[in-house]
Design a protein around this ligand. Structure first.
Ligand SMILES: [Zn+2]
Length: 375
């Protein structure tokens, strides 16, 4: 029995879990559970079945990727694209003499962020069922990586996407420093949205101070805000270029249509994240395939692909003009500022993780209870 976390595992629900596993699993490895059998911290909105054991070992987590659970496609939809963006990064590094050409550095920073965020996400989805604490820490890293992706976008937009009319403007001068600030705010706010403030709102005993459970709606709103705000800020020059700019200096080139494709997918991604559709309309029907988080991952990756294509198009089409008129691209305003963001984000994640790592034993499920639950 999993005392303190959920009602006892009933034979009926266990059978349901097993039969679902048999039906969908590529390789039968571990039993899956229903939402009533796992702690609240593991519950996903309108997902009823397919949960992995909340005290899985690291090996079980990895093996579960070859069994259909409600997380399997969440992992693969970000793990495979990581390799695609890594391949793109290696292509630029090896083919375009990028080390010596400062003009390609913003693209490199963007591509690195495109590799990091799906990798962090797939790791978070893989290992999030090792324990409640591991789950929170995994997603802190996921949020940090998303903030860095936003910063990578800002670096490349500053170098290649700003409309001619805004190149060298005051806004352009403050764009990267504000993006650094946004990364710090975004990582802090998204981590805060899970548990509140470290030590003040929660400690090791997270079962009693779980802000997601106390106010799930506010928690969700804060998290959406944490990711939407930096994205909207990054895109101010692009929105102006695509939607508002008239006359000269609007940079109306072939990249515009690709930017529009990326922007449409970005809004679809946010819509899926915020609404939990389609599973909210039919709870339990999309547990394994087709729930909003999988669609959210797919739309985000396709959107990032179009964003990369649009950035590359601007980079090539505007090179001679930007090299003559735009502020010089330096190590400090590309790689240097990215390293600052990475360091500060890691510091914030450590700060939010510290109360979970040190203290008395977790209230649920204890190791012994976890073992009792395992079948
Ligand atoms: Zn995800």
């Amino acid at each position: 029995m999993c005392s303190g976390i959920a009602p006892p595992l009933s034979p009926e629900s266990g059978t349901e879990g097993r039969s679902s596993g048999k039906m969908f699993s590529l390789i039968k490895l571990r039993r899956v559970f229903t939402v009533h059998q796992v702690p609240k911290a593991f519950h996903e909105d309108s997902i009823i079945s397919g949960y992995r054991h909340p005290r899985s070992s690291a090996t079980d987590c990895v093996l579960s990727l070859f069994q259909l659970t409600n997380e399997t496609l969440n992992v693969w939809t970000h793990f495979l694209p990581t390799w695609y963006f890594l391949w793109k990064l290696m292509t630029v590094l090896l083919m375009e003499d990028a080390w010596y050409d400062a003009y390609t550095w913003p693209l490199l920073v963007f591509l690195i962020s495109c590799c990091v965020y799906p990798l962090a996400s797939s790791c978070a989805h893989t290992f999030s069922t090792m324990s409640t604490r591991a789950r929170h820490i995994c997603y802190f890293f996921d949020y940090g990586a998303l903030s860095l992706y936003s910063f990578g976008s800002a670096i490349s937009y500053s170098a290649y996407v700003f409309p001619d009319a805004w190149v060298n403007s005051t806004f352009h001068a403050y764009y990267i420093p504000v993006a650094v600030l946004n990364t710090i705010l975004s990582t802090s706010l998204s981590c805060y949205s899970r548990l509140g403030l470290p030590f003040l709102h929660y400690n090791h005993d997270i079962d009693e101070r779980f802000s997601e459970r106390q106010s799930p709606r506010l928690s969700k709103v804060l998290r959406i805000l944490a990711f939407a705000y930096p994205y909207l800020f990054d895109n101010i020059p692009l929105f102006y270029r695509l939607l508002l700019c008239v006359g000269e200096g609007c940079t109306d080139n072939e990249a515009n249509s690709i930017h529009l494709q990326h922007t449409s997918l970005a809004f679809l991604t946010a819509f899926l994240f915020a609404t939990h559709l389609p599973e909210r309309l039919a709870p339990g029907r999309f547990d394994y395939i087709g729930h909003s988080h999988q669609l959210f991952h797919v739309c985000a990756i396709i959107g990032t692909h179009f964003q990369m294509k649009a950035i590359e198009a601007d980079m090539v089409l505007r090179q001679s003009q930007l090299l003559a008129t735009a502020p010089p691209i330096t190590f400090n305003n590309t790689v240097g500022s990215s390293l600052v963001c990475v360091s500060i984000s890691l510091g914030i994640i450590c700060l939010f993780s510290l109360p979970l790592l040190y203290g008395s034993s977790e209230t649920h499920p204890t190791k012994t209870e976890g073992k009792k639950c395992k079948h």
